[in-house]
Design a protein around this ligand. Structure first.
Ligand code: 26W
Length: 825
């Protein structure tokens, strides 16, 4: 029938226009004489959606026929951003549809700009999941994502008097054309209740978990199609939304308990209401634990149902199913699968446990102690009584095995235990994830090494080194170069003679032979410059500040966190400002003008991070209004940094800063995006900076600061000895304290983190070498031709950091899955 009626098939301009008009008049119920940009967006999106559904159906059908081993990517966050442009490019529709809308009197850019971001994530981990789905689809892997359909995504950030204020992100205000509601796919999820023990007819002890109807909620599936690039393959992210299971209680209504009856319904909907806005910081809210189990339970029940359709024996489960845990957030899935196998399917514990551990693998994304998930045992016991028993049993059998290997080492048992023996006790989710998985990985070489040497050291001793490995992160070149930087993408395609680099990023190496061509360099600079003009316009629109596109654009955009050291950056800006003021007008003429650009959200409860935002804005106010420095320095804080703002900022940077205290940033992924777009980086010897350095060479990167293996000693020294603060830093602090940037009392708690605290993030220790590195940047930028060569070599050497490479490594080395080529019907 698809063939016969050609539904969602044709890609030509006329078919597009026909479908566009049909959607305007029927789907939107509007008159064709009254179409605004938003309606045009909706009609275009619905036209693309029709085509996506076709591919999505074909893909699922191919998977059903082949019944291959599938991978399930469990992530509490998918930070997808906008979908229309990506779908147009991946499906190869951009040109025809662009012409189509133009003839109808619209500009494609305006239409694309109407879309709201899908912002169901905080930062790195959520965006990584989105890039990985793009690569899984592009490489034809049979993969599913599972997550939550939050009613509210990450908050919108506004600035008031330089302070961050948060607004709810009610992103589903208008209909969302990128989701397919599956109101028929519903799954019951239980909470609370009790566990009954009994002996079955074979004499085996069994457990049943029973609860009251009011404590069961329903999960409803919403499917988000993810199209691959240059393939018909289109995979699925299934997001669960919660709703009450019990029909509205009429009996109670009659008894006059209307409010209580409504209350129960609302509590069920609460579960998927909001994404928790903390990044790298654990807050032990009961609702968050409920979210985690709700999601994990619905997803596993879906996965098990799909497995059962093939009527294969249970011992083949792990040959059919690989489940990747995106950090510890879905760790309860381990316990849930064990429960399904033992309690519901009647499989013996040991056999079940083998299936479980062969199925799961776990990725760690941070070593910060405050980010480690720990749940109070009483809370788990109350919400999930049977799971708590199973966790205790998993721990018991695990510790018994450890004891056999290391008799008499009680300390080792305490260190490895899944249960932390405090009052109350806590469940250590990372320990549970390690014990329940066959493979554990970090996200960059240094990070994976540090995991083995620090927080997972004792596990390496017990399991050996082979269980732990590295999978360096990657980014999708489709969105982060082709889509975000069309001018540079076009130039690259022309120089390389084809678009193949979009599927094989190593081909960018071919740009090296163009470095010495003056004309090529000129065109490279022109592309770069137009991106800077585009960003300057965006800055004017969003902040009112006017910046010069010929200045050096120096960017730091990421979540605001002490370990990322935006504080050090703004302290460096003050240092620069004070130096500029001392110069004569003639001396200033030699200075390369700079625009220092910040962006990023602070967790709403993170007081110090919010003070950093205020300080940046206060410093910006003074500097931007000081005519005496003659526009040699401007400071901008771009509000509400998100994926679509990143797509404007990243292609426009000359230099970007990735300056975390060594050993604290697991990988970073924006560093890869900047360099891929020909931006140089100024960074510490941390995370993926190290591997970028290896790929692009000493001449094309500015590295500074203490190394990870020096951090412990330096911290120790700050704690126990009186270390004098770096003099340049002290001068800057004095300047703030003098009131130069407004009432300095506001900033006292922030400054105290250096002066009266322990300078835990070692700003004082790195400050001088940071300033030195900045000086080298200034010098290097003066030689424009050399800088352009560096810029080209940066892009040329970034092949390794494609998410295609990362996904291929996961597929071959952890999941053991093969591509299922999409059918070309
Ligand atoms: C429980 C609170 C919480 C919430 C989120 C703890 C930890 C997280 C995330 C795992 C934090 C995160 O996004 N980490 C980032 O992961 C990226 C992708 O691997 C890395 O590139 C970043 O370096 C890392 O900070």
């Amino acid at each position: 029938l698809w063939e016969k009626y050609g539904v969602g098939e044709a890609d030509d301009k006329e078919s597009f226009q026909k479908s566009f008009i049909r959607h305007v008049t029927t789907t939107l119920a509007r008159s064709v004489y009254n179409i605004d940009n938003f309606s045009a967006y909706q009609a275009t999106a619905h036209t693309v959606r029709d085509r996506l559904i076709k591919r999505w159906n074909d893909t699922q059908q191919a998977h059903t026929e082949v019944d291959p081993k599938r991978v399930y990517y469990l992530s509490l966050e998918f930070l997808l951003g906008r979908s229309l442009d990506n779908a147009l490019l991946n499906l190869g529709l951009k040109e025809n549809y662009g012409e189509g809308v133009k003839e109808l009197g619209f500009r494609m850019e305006d239409i694309l700009d109407e879309e709201v971001d899908a912002a169901l994530g905080n930062g790195g981990l959520g965006r990584l999941a989105a890039c990985y789905m793009d690569s899984l689809a592009t490489l034809d892997y049979p993969a599913w994502g599972y997550g939550l359909r939050y009613t509210y995504g990450i908050f919108q950030q506004r600035l008031k008097d330089g302070f961050q204020v948060e607004l709810p992100d009610y992103w589903l205000n208008f209909d969302n054309p990128w989701e397919l509601p599956r109101l028929d796919v519903t799954i019951d999820v239980k909470f609370c209740g009790t566990v009954n023990r009994y002996t079955d007819e074979t004499g085996k002890v069994r457990h049943v978990w029973v609860n009251e109807d009011k404590d069961t909620v329903q999960a409803v599936a919403y499917d988000v199609p993810i199209p691959g690039y240059g393939t018909k393959n289109c995979i699925n992210i299934r997001l669960w939304s919660s709703k009450p299971k019990r029909k509205f209680n009429l009996k109670r209504f009659n008894e006059g308990q209307y409010e209580q009856a409504v209350q129960e319904q609302m509590e069920a909907e609460n579960i998927t209401a909001v994404l928790y806005p903390n990044d790298n910081h654990m807050v032990g809210k009961e609702l968050r634990l409920k979210q985690q189990y709700f999601w994990v339970s619905a997803s596993l029940s879906d996965i098990v149902r799909r497995f059962k359709k093939s009527s294969k024996p249970w011992d083949e489960f792990s040959y059919q199913v690989a489940i990747q845990l995106n950090d510890t957030h879905p760790t309860l899935a381990i316990v849930e699968l064990q429960r399904i196998l033992v309690d519901l399917e009647g499989i013996d514990w040991d056999e079940a446990w083998k299936i479980v551990t062969n199925t799961f693998a776990f990725t760690n994304h941070t070593i910060l102690p405050e980010a480690m998930e720990r749940w109070p045992v009483p809370m788990v016991q109350y919400l999930l009584p049977r799971h708590m028993q199973i966790i205790f049993d998993i721990n018991l059998f695990f510790l018994q095995a450890v004891e056999r290997a290391y008799p008499d080492d009680r300390e080792l048992l305490a260190k490895l235990s899944i249960i932390e023996e405090s009052t109350p006790q806590f469940v250590r989710m990372a320990h549970l994830a390690i014990v329940g998985s066959h493979r554990v990985n970090g996200v960059a070489a240094l990070h994976s090494e540090l995991l083995k040497k620090t927080i997972f050291k004792d596990f390496v001793r017990y399991y050996g080194d082979e269980k732990f490995d590295n999978k360096t992160n990657g980014i999708t070149p489709r969105r982060w170069l082709h889509q975000a930087n069309p001018k540079l993408s076009e130039l690259i395609t022309e120089a390389l003679g084809s678009k193949n680099w979009l599927k094989n990023l190593e081909l960018l190496k071919g740009l090296k032979s163009h470095v010495d061509k003056v004309d090529f360099r000129k065109r490279w600079v022109t592309a770069k410059h137009s991106n800077k003009v585009r960003l300057a316009e965006y800055i004017k629109k969003s902040t009112g500040i006017i910046v010069n596109p010929n200045a050096l654009f120096d960017v730091q955009v990421k979540r605001i966190h002490e370990y990322k050291r935006q504080f050090m950056n703004i302290l460096g800006v003050i240092h620069r400002y004070n130096a500029l003021k001392k110069l004569t007008s003639q001396e200033r003429a030699d200075i390369v003008p700079r625009v220092v650009i910040f962006g990023g959200k602070a967790a709403p409860g993170y007081y110090i991070a919010k003070l950093v935002i205020k300080l940046i804005n206060s410093v910006a106010d003074v500097i931007n209004n000081d005519n005496s420095i003659e526009d040699t320095l401007k400071v901008v804080f771009i509000p509400d940094y998100n994926v679509s703002v990143a797509e404007i900022i990243i292609p426009a940077s000359d230099i970007s800063q990735h300056i975390s205290t060594a050993g604290t940033e697991a990988s970073g992924t924006s560093n890869m995006k900047f360099v891929l777009n020909g931006g140089l980086i100024l960074g510490t010897v941390d995370g993926a900076n190290i591997e970028i350095h290896e790929e692009i060479g000493d001449d094309n990167i500015f590295m500074f600061g203490n190394l990870a293996d020096q951090v412990d000693d330096l911290r120790h020294a700050h704690r126990y000895r009186n270390i004098p603060i770096d003099p340049s830093l002290q001068a800057v602090i004095n300047d703030i304290e003098s009131g130069h940037f407004g009432d300095s009392r506001i900033f006292a708690p922030l400054i105290n983190t250096i002066t009266h605290g322990k300078d835990y993030y070692l700003i004082s220790d790195d400050f001088q070498s940071y300033l030195d590195a900045q000086k080298l940047v200034d010098e290097a930028y003066k030689d424009k031709e050399e800088w352009t060569k560096k810029s080209i070599l940066c892009s040329a050497n970034m092949g390794k950091f494609s998410s295609d490479r990362a996904i291929q490594e996961y597929a071959e080395q952890i999941w053991n899955i093969d591509p299922v080529p999409a059918k070309r019907s």
